[in-house]
Design a protein around this ligand. Structure first.
Ligand SMILES: Nc1ncnc2c1ncn2[C@@H]1O[C@H](COP(=O)(O)OP(=O)(O)OP(=O)(O)O)[C@@H](O)[C@H]1O
Ligand SMILES: [Mg+2]
Length: 367
């Protein structure tokens, strides 16, 4: 395997980049961030390269870096292909290309026999009407690209809503998905390095409110060994098919008929933030290890239970958190704005009762 890389360039300078730097620094890694402004969360934790500065450009980031990674699946594939001519980019183009388009992503799930919602790509009102007839209602209409935090989605309950849905989010390529009647939402984070080592974190449970992740419980309760193995099998299939290097996240619906894949992300993920305080090696360190040619770290959970609560929109009474045992505050240095992810609170607990008590004490941060 190639020499260990020490200078990491990140396309983006948000909280994910910031946490990559926080976990990568103890391994001797140096970071450069390509973003839009020095006020972004990661800017103070590494060398900053900004589009607006003439002296420090994307070209300078590439020159600085031994390896490049990115914060978002919406990163331009053509840009990544261009950079990869001179500097390795991980996860590589294929992972990015497949996961930034809901149609391609579902095509891959089909190919690997990973169950997902019935779906159809539509690009006109007529094709939407046709798709509704075939898939049935309720159904979820989504933009094929660039959705996040539930944006660019319309839940169709009645066929009388079809025109409204097309008017609101149509005019471009969309995907209509059958509505999945899930018991709960789960996700799994897996990591692969270029030496073909694979590691998996336990399945976690995610609770969303108005399309935004509000909290995660890790490991998810009542997960049989068989369910964990099944999810690991799906992830292994994806990692190998993509020749993926780095963290890969898979969001799943847990239904009475078994696991159904929702979507994947070729990056560290909000549902893995608990690993910073609850796992032997956190997802950020493992991503850094994977993309720089290091062996992967232990994904075991340290305490019986861990959790993560997102701080959304308003920072809230964070002083409460400062002297609570087994509670860890992570702020991103962002200004308050409705629906914005400003930070998160991690919790570790030795029992469900202890976790429940801590959740009660932190109710100000829950929806
Ligand atoms: N087919 C479906 N059936 C039932 N619920 C769904 C379906 N698709 C999405 N949802 C609900 O909407 C949420 C957001 O959907 P999805 O993950 O596709 O969007 P997103 O905007 O990419 O979200 P994020 O970036 O937050 O992961 C899901 O977590 C789930 O709660
Ligand atoms: Mg999602």
């Amino acid at each position: 395997m190639a020499n260990v890389a020490n200078k990491i360039g990140v396309l983006g300078a948000g909280q994910l980049g910031r946490m990559l730097a926080q976990s990568g620094a103890p391994l001797g890694k140096e970071f450069g961030f390509y973003g839009v402004s020095e006020n972004e969360p990661a800017a103070q934790l590494g060398h900053a390269f900004f589009a607006s500065k003439e002296t420090k450009s994307l070209g300078d980031l590439v020159t600085f870096s031994d390896v490049i990674t990115y914060e978002s699946e919406n990163t331009d594939v053509a840009l990544v292909r261009e950079i990869a001519k001179t500097t390795p980019v991980y996860p590589a183009e294929k992972s990015l290309y497949m996961s930034q388009h809901r149609g391609r992503e579902k095509g891959l799930f089909d190919q690997l026999n990973i169950p997902c919602a019935p779906y159809q790509i539509v690009d006109s009102l007529e094709s939407l009407q046709q798709a509704v007839e075939e898939i049935g209602l309720p159904a979820v209409l989504k933009t094929t690209t660039e959705g996040y935090d539930g944006k660019g989605q319309f839940v169709l309950k009645e066929s009388t809503q079809i025109e409204q849905a097309w008017a609101e989010i149509g005019g471009k390529e969309l995907v209509l998905e059958g509505f999945i009647d899930f018991q709960r939402e789960l996700s799994m984070i897996a990591v692969r390095n270029a030496n073909n080592e694979h590691v998996y974190y336990p399945l976690v449970q995610n609770v969303h409110h108005e399309g935004i992740l509000r909290y995660t419980i890790a490991p998810a309760r009542q997960v049989s060994e068989a369910l964990q193995q099944q999810a690991e099998g799906y992830m292994q299939g994806l990692l190998d098919a993509l020749d993926h290097v780095g963290v890969l996240t898979l969001e799943l619906f847990d239904t009475l008929d078994g696991l159904v894949a929702n979507e994947m992300a070729p990056r560290v993920h909000n549902s893995g933030h608990w690993t910073q305080d609850g796992a032997v090696t956190d997802q950020f360190e493992n991503h850094v290890r994977a993309i720089t040619g290091m062996p992967l770290g232990d994904t075991s959970v340290c305490q019986p239970l861990a959790a993560m609560i997102n701080i959304i929109g308003k920072t809230g009474p964070v002083e409460k958190v400062q002297n609570m045992p087994n509670v860890f505050l992570h702020l991103y240095g962002k200004e308050e704005r409705p629906n914005r992810k400003l930070g998160h609170i991690n919790i570790v607990a030795d029992s469900e009762e202890a976790l429940f008590e801590t959740f009660k004490a932190l109710s100000d941060f829950l929806p």
